[in-house]
Structures are given as C-alpha cells and as structure tokens.
Ligand binder design. Structure first.
Ligand code: F6R
Length: 259
C-alpha cells in the first residue's frame, strides 16, 4: 500500500488524473470503478481539465460503486443521476458504457447478480476509485460486512444517513437501503485508489490503513490488496502512527516505481 499525504485533495486529484490518463493511453476502453460523494471530486475536476486539453475518455467503461434503493434513476439525488452529472457528461464518457446498480429494480438480488455478471463480462475493473465513510465503509459496505461480499442490498447505518443528509433537502432523509458492490467485488479490481480529506475521516483512515483487517472497519480490506494508493490531506492523515515513514517513502520514490 502506498500512502500519499498531500497539502490538499486537489493535489491528489492531479496525481490520480495523470494515472488515469496513463491507463487510458495504454487501454482506451479501460474499466473504471466510480465512487460518488465529495472525496473523488478533485479527481473528476482534474480529469475534466485534461479532457478540455484533448484527453479522450469516450471509450472508457465505468461501474458505479453503489446506489440508493428506491430512488428513480431520474431523481437528482440518485447515484445514477449524480454519476451522469459529475462524471459522464463533464468527462465526455459514453452513457451506454457506464453502469450504476439498479436500485429501482423490482428484484434487487437479481439486479445485484446481474451487476456482478456485467463487471465480469467487461473483464473486471482496472482502477477502482474509492472514498471512505466516517464509519469506515467503502462503497456502502457498512461495519459488519462480509470481507468476501459481492454486490447486494445493505442497510445504511444511521451515521451514514446523517453524513449523506447534506445531499437531501430539509426534512428529507436518505433511503435506508442501498445496492453496493461488495468488499470481495472491490478486492477483485486490479488497482484501488482511495481519497480521504478532513479530520472527520482521520479515525476511519487510521483504522483502515493501520488497524486490524476486520469487518468492523470494512475499508481495512485495502490491506489485502496488492495495488492500493491512499491519497490523504494532512487532517485526514492526522491519526496515522507511521505518517513520517509514508512521507519519507513518497519523497524518495524511485522513478521506476511509478504506477
Ligand atoms: C460513494 C461511496 C461512499 C463514499 C463515502 C465517502 O459512492 O461509495 O463510500 O465514498 O461515503 O463519502 P464522501 O466522499 O462524500 O465523504
């Protein structure tokens, strides 16, 4: 695992965008795993700048991490609408090549299985973009999630619903359930990049990066993956015991070690 501590997530966005550009240069129809939420926005903004300068992402394929159950795709708070607004349209992706779990499906377990089949049929995810919840979730894999889980319905914790209430209007509440890629699904991606900013994430980041691998902190599964980059700003890195070592390793990174 590489832990990169930077002055701001905008710097992280630039670095990760350069990496996505290299990936797409080598594989124009690369498969990205797409997170919603605030943390990956600097990456999407940096990619947009590159698209304006000529980067072509039109053949890239995408699979969103998760979706609320019960919101129509057209609902602006759905992750389908969010991915369309924040990723597909600004980055010039082909909407037909980007999938979001169908949280409005009549048969949710069948929709979850079909999503797994679609990821497999695409040849798997090349680069999975992740944020981390204050409860330690990745995707919407809340504490207690099986480390081997696949795409399925999960019940959101009260804390996650509070954290995400900002995307809903006054008096409205986020849905109680979601469809999310599982921890096993996320581990199957060929590489993971995780973004976290702000002090509110510091405890979850420390548990994920340096704590025991445990379903109590689902994000700790990143320790089981051979190709993970964790991008943090200073406040999010504030509770890491080995922060100085991570800084030293990044500052002395040999050129040949570039992803
Ligand atoms: C979103 C997702 C979640 C978020 C996490 C952090 O698709 O899967 O795991 O990444 O809740 O959200 P932000 O970045 O808004 O703090």
């Amino acid at each position: 695992m590489e832990v990169v501590i930077l002055p701001s997530l905008d710097d992280a966005g630039e670095l990760a965008a350069a990496r996505v550009a290299r990936l797409v240069g080598a594989k124009p129809d690369a498969v990205l795993g797409l997170a919603t939420g605030s943390s990956p926005l600097p990456l999407y903004r940096a990619l947009r700048r590159r698209v304006e300068q000529g980067l072509d992402l039109s053949r890239v394929r995408g699979f969103a991490l998760d979706e609320y159950v019960g919101l129509a795709r057209e609902d602006e708070r759905s992750y389908a609408a969010t991915i369309d607004r924040e990723v597909v349209r600004p980055l010039g992706l082909d909407p037909a090549r980007v999938r979001v779990p169908d949280g409005a499906a009549a048969d949710l377990p069948a929709a979850a299985q079909e999503y797994e089949r679609a990821i497999a049929a695409a040849g798997g995810i090349d680069l999975q973009i992740l944020g981390i919840g204050s409860v330690g979730h990745v995707g919407f894999n809340e504490p207690g999630s099986s480390l081997a889980s696949r795409t399925r319905v999960k019940t959101l914790t009260e804390r996650t619903r509070e954290d995400n209430a900002r995307f809903f209007g006054p008096g409205e509440e986020p849905p109680a359930h979601c469809l999310t890629q599982g921890l096993g699904t996320i581990l199957d991606a060929r590489a993971l990049v995780l973004f976290a900013g702000g002090e509110a994430k510091a405890a979850a980041v420390a548990a994920a990066v340096e704590g025991a691998v445990s379903s109590s902190c689902p994000a700790s599964i990143i320790q089981l993956h051979p190709a993970v980059t964790v991008y943090l700003d200073e406040p999010a890195a504030g509770r890491l015991a080995h922060a100085e070592y991570y800084r030293y390793a990044y500052e002395h990174k040999p050129a040949w070690q570039r992803d």
